[in-house]
Write a protein that binds this ligand. Sequence first.
Ligand SMILES: [Fe+2]
Length: 251
Amino acid sequence: MAGVTGSIFEGATASPADPDAPTLHAQLVVFARELGELYRQERARSRELEHVLEHLQETYFATMRTLAQVVEAKDLTTRGHLDRTQAYGIALARMIDATLVESPETGYGFFLHDIGKVGIPESILCKAGPLDETEWEVMRRHPTIGAQIVEPIRFLGNAVETIRHHHERFDGTGYPCGLRGGEIPIAARVFAVADSFDAMTSDRPYRGALPVEWALLQIEEGAGGQFDPEIVDAFLVLADAGELELNVNAG
Ligand SMILES: [Fe+2]
């Protein structure tokens, strides 16, 4: 061991006849200090990396948000739809399962739900009249396109499932996968109610906004068919509490 320069055990083999040889204790103290310094440096580096990652996530989401707003801006009559549906969706999610709103992924999914419409031709997206069957076929691709757009962005997590499944129906007749009941991710089931309510109570290229009372009746009648009955009940409670009227036609 005598030839291993710098070993922390060097002192253990030093001759007791050499009074200048560092003791094992002294070498351990130096070693511990060096380890402490390394740890502090690593912590600082780790904090720096976390900061960079946070910044990167913000930039990614800002880009996605801009893309979603580009879709919204194509049709002036849907202006405010993203903010309203997100507000309804979050209020509703809080009533169904508070842990849903603790995850930012829920809000990301709500806000980016229609991002796949960037892949739908404007002639269909902005058509001033009802779509024919061929056009609907194209329009129904937007949840899959949206999921493909956000899938590589890992920090969006479960948001991709909300985007992919926001047009599924509780009775299994929705798209793109025809999922039924509990097979549909909970955030997508919540969002489907919020999205439909806002679609009915907003102006569309081919009709004006429908009355809130009428929209609520449609939601109620859709329980078990288009919508999860438990979520419909919660939505009607929100409506009774006046939580929705504040946002209707605000966009
Ligand atoms: Fe959609």
